[in-house]
Design a protein around this ligand. Structure first.
Ligand code: GLN
Length: 451
């Protein structure tokens, strides 16, 4: 049914980069055989899933939506991919994204933009926009994404879906093509909080192949999603994430969610996190710095594309031609920004001070969580914007992640849950729920209570 739905609507939505109908059907038959043989595969057996094209898949190409990886077939599965295969999930295909997960609209894909199923002239969010569009258009019941600065929560919010950024280290980065390694976090995109929790639990947990993986039990997110109550819970509204500059309909739906939480028995207070004002600036030094280091591996020798290698050119010339043609403009912008921020003479002023801001943000969270159980804010300042509106203005594009970035810098958990449609444009609005590291279950508990 999902393959038929994809055939019907993906020409318009363009959520997928790679599809293999026969391979998907073969996987489904294999799962049937495993079940028939008595294997207990758990609750997701036979459920189809779409993977963001940043997770390696041994049986499908993986491009991170970059030309530089075209033609590359990974020799191994990412841990997320492998664990979901083990759980009996069937891979429908690989979804579109901003190139190397850099962007907020999926317009930075080298293979064309994905469209928001709510309004095909609008962006589906990004960078996991193919995954959010696929789930929103009923082209997949569940999808994986990655969140470095908001790339799961923001697309989930603007497509009317649930998306979670797990605690950093709670889900494995093994086989995830790196953007900013200290921030990158795999997570689920789904239609309901319980669906998201089931996927979250299925791929999370300690992985010795990822040096930053946390060796701790997976937070009981499924149980929390089923519990779905907030009586007695202390909820903090972050003063710095709201008000001026936010779309009125977003602000209105957020206010209503806060009132709903109160009516369900939560104790709501206002909380100030003053360093959050500097989060965006710090992120746009730290993320590009790590990206410039991570993307040095695309040297024309090891992966995918190689341009101008006709015997007449040096390795350096081939590398230069390959990178010039293989990387898109946003990726080049980030590599230049990051190389600059890391260069001697500028390191302390830029990268060093950004790291200090990162510590201040972590302290703001720690102080807030001494008095409240969860923090809430709108997930995004606006609803889905029209395709093309922000492509000429990187700064306005970067603002889409204003509310989500602090959580990535601090490494804690957050979830976005739909909270109605903005009256002025009829488009979905997201409520963001943030919790301390390894308390992911709290975000699910609150999310399930208000969805
Ligand atoms: N939009 C942010 C960026 O462009 C975040 C991306 C992400 O979370 N991968 O960097």
């Amino acid at each position: 049914a999902y393959l038929d739905r994809i055939a019907e609507v993906d020409g318009d939505v363009r959520a997928y980069l790679h599809l293999d109908r026969e391979a998907a059907l073969a996987q489904a038959r294999e799962v049937d055989e495993r079940i028939a043989a008595g294997e207990d595969l758990g609750p997701l057996a036979g459920v189809p899933v779409a993977h963001k094209d940043v997770f390696t898949t041994v049986d499908m190409p993986t491009t991170a939506a970059s030309k530089i990886l075209s033609g590359w077939h990974p020799p191994y599965d990412a841990t997320v991919t492998a664990r979901l295969r083990q759980a009996g999930m069937v891979i429908l295909g690989k979804t579109n994204m901003d190139e190397f997960a850099m962007g907020s609209s999926t317009e930075n894909s080298a293979f064309g933009a994905t469209r928001n199923p709510w309004d095909l002239d609008r962006i589906p969010g990004g960078s996991s926009g193919g995954s959010s569009a696929a789930v929103a258009a009923y082209e997949a019941p569940l999808a994986t994404g990655t969140d470095t600065g908001g790339s799961i929560r923001q697309p989930a919010a603007v497509c009317g879906l649930v998306g979670a950024k797990p605690t950093y280290g709670g889900s494995s980065r093994y086989g995830l093509i790196a953007f900013a390694s200290s921030l990158d976090t795999p997570g689920p995109i789904a239609r309901t909080v319980l669906d998201a929790a089931l996927l979250h639990e299925a791929f999370s947990g300690h992985d010795p192949r990822d040096s930053t993986s946390v060796d701790a039990p997976v937070p009981p997110v499924v149980e929390a999603a089923r519990r779905a109550d907030v009586a007695g819970l202390r909820v903090g509204v972050v003063r710095e994430l709201g008000g001026e500059g936010y779309q009125p309909g977003v602000q209105q739906r957020f206010q209503e969610s806060v009132e709903l939480l109160e009516s369900l028995g939560a104790k709501v207070v206002e909380v100030s996190c003053p360093s959050f004002d500097a989060a965006l600036a710090a992120y746009y030094l730290i993320a590009p710095s790590e990206c410039s280091s991570n993307l040095a591996r695309f040297d024309a020798m090891r992966y995918g594309l190689r341009v101008g290698d006709d015997g007449s050119r040096s390795a350096e010339e081939v590398m230069s031609l390959t990178r010039a043609e293989g990387f898109g403009p946003e990726v080049k912008r980030r590599i230049m920004l990051g190389t600059y921020a890391l260069s001697s003479g500028y390191y302390d002023a830029y990268y060093g001070s950004a790291q200090q801001v990162r510590t201040l943000i972590k302290r703001d969270f720690d102080a807030a969580f001494e008095n409240v159980d969860v923090l809430v804010s709108p997930t995004t300042p606006t609803t889905a914007f029209p395709i093309g509106e922000r492509t000429g203005d990187p700064m306005s594009m970067y603002l889409a992640d204003l509310c989500t970035i602090p959580t990535n810098l601090a490494g804690n958990a957050a979830l976005s849950v739909p909270c109605g449609l903005a009256p002025e444009d009829g488009l979905p609005v997201g409520l963001q729920i943030m919790a301390p590291a390894l308390a992911d279950d709290r975000t699910y508990r609150v999310g399930a209570a208000v969805e």
